[in-house]
Design a binder for this molecule. Structure first.
Ligand code: PHE
Length: 349
């Protein structure tokens, strides 16, 4: 009987040893956590040898039951130990691999972030604003989608007026358009305010035009001064002071008689070309001069639209093209460059 028990025990012992040997081989062959998980279910799961030994204990002789029980418990512990040791080993290897992959070469030069910058048009606009604010002007604004009334009619330019054809207007319908000039803000501002007035109005304007000196959208600054006793001398001083401030004392300025429906008398103001110093080049169309603004005394006709008394007040107005001023200031020879977003151009400023 004793022999029988000893045989049973050694049978179980053999199975256990065999199982551990198999596990060691399997574990050795496994290289990642996933395959280790499979081994866990193979050696501890429902179809495992461990479980089948445990199940068989019930039918054993009560004398050897406790011995067999201890042996299976020891087997369970041994399996756990072998697997968890391997788990730690794999974990360490994987961490090492990750660290090797993420390794930083601290001697490499860094990558510089690409920085945006304020557009040249905005910068020059601000510069111009500062000059006029210094002379006592305030900044005003108005809509880019404008009515025919403000863009033309109230600026003394009725529908049959020949000056309309000069504007290449983009109409939205019969009465609504994209403003062709910042001048409509003159009317809008005078409707809402009484003299004395001294404003500038920066903003986008639109015309159907496209060549080296024209783009369908460009930027203007309107100026308007209305008060008692304003005269052409005030206009001339204001614009000459402005030109000196923005371009320096070397640039020459000239006033040429001109026509605008809403100013009388009117003038165009030219500045000597910086690119060729007045000799003539592509930038100035070989004239030596570049036109930068239109100006004149406010035509008294306009005061009727805004209920001002032309006997009481007088004023002057001007409108300048910001891109033109940028071209002159920086010697740029094509207006279209401002809107083509070529980084080689933009980065220079
Ligand atoms: N609005 C005119 C233009 O765009 C410029 C201008 C403004 C002329 C004010 C006189 C007075 O051409």
């Amino acid at each position: 009987m004793d022999q029988d028990r000893a045989k049973k025990i050694s049978e179980i012992e053999n199975r256990i040893n065999k199982e551990i040997e198999n596990l060691r081989l399997d574990v050795k062959a496994s290289t990642d956590i996933k395959s280790l998980e499979l081994l866990k279910s193979k050696y501890l799961g429902k179809k495992s040898c461990l479980l089948s030994i445990r199940k068989s204990i019930g039918s054993l002789d009560s004398e050897i039951k406790p011995v067999a029980g201890k042996m299976t418990n020891a087997l369970k512990q041994e399996i756990d130990k072998i697997i968890s040791e391997k788990e730690i080993e794999i974990g360490e290897l994987e961490r090492e691999r990750e660290m090797a992959e993420e390794a930083l070469d601290l001697t490499l030069p860094g990558r510089k972030p690409r920085k945006g910058s304020i557009s040249i048009i905005s910068r020059v606009t601000e510069e111009i604003e500062k000059i006029f604010i210094g002379m006592g002007f305030e900044i005003a604004g108005g809509p880019e989608v404008e009515t025919d009334y403000y863009n033309f009619e109230a600026l003394n330019t009725p529908r049959d007026h020949p000056a309309r054809s000069l504007h290449d207007t983009m109409f939205i319908n019969d009465n609504v358009l994209l403003r062709t000039q910042t001048s409509p803000v003159q009317i809008r501002y005078m409707e809402q305010n009484k003299p004395p007035i001294a404003i500038i109005v920066p903003g986008k304007v639109y015309r159907k035009d496209y060549d080296v000196s024209h783009t369908p959208m460009f930027t203007q600054i309107e100026g308007l001064v209305v008060d008692r006793g304003i005269n052409f001398g005030n206009l001339k001083w204001t614009l000459e002071t402005f030109v000196r401030e923005i371009f320096g004392n070397e640039r020459k300025v000239r006033f040429r008689p001109h026509y605008f429906p809403f100013t009388e008398p009117s003038a165009e103001v030219d500045v000597s070309c910086k690119n060729c110093n007045g000799k003539g080049c592509r930038v100035c169309s070989w004239k030596g001069w570049l036109e930068i603004l239109g100006a004149g005394m406010v035509d008294p006709e306009l005061y009727k639209f805004v209920n001002y008394d032309p006997e009481e007040v007088s004023g002057f107005a001007f409108g300048l093209g910001i891109e033109r001023i940028c071209m002159l200031k920086y010697g740029i020879d094509d207006l279209r460059l401002f809107f083509e977003n070529d980084l080689r151009f933009i980065k220079q400023f």
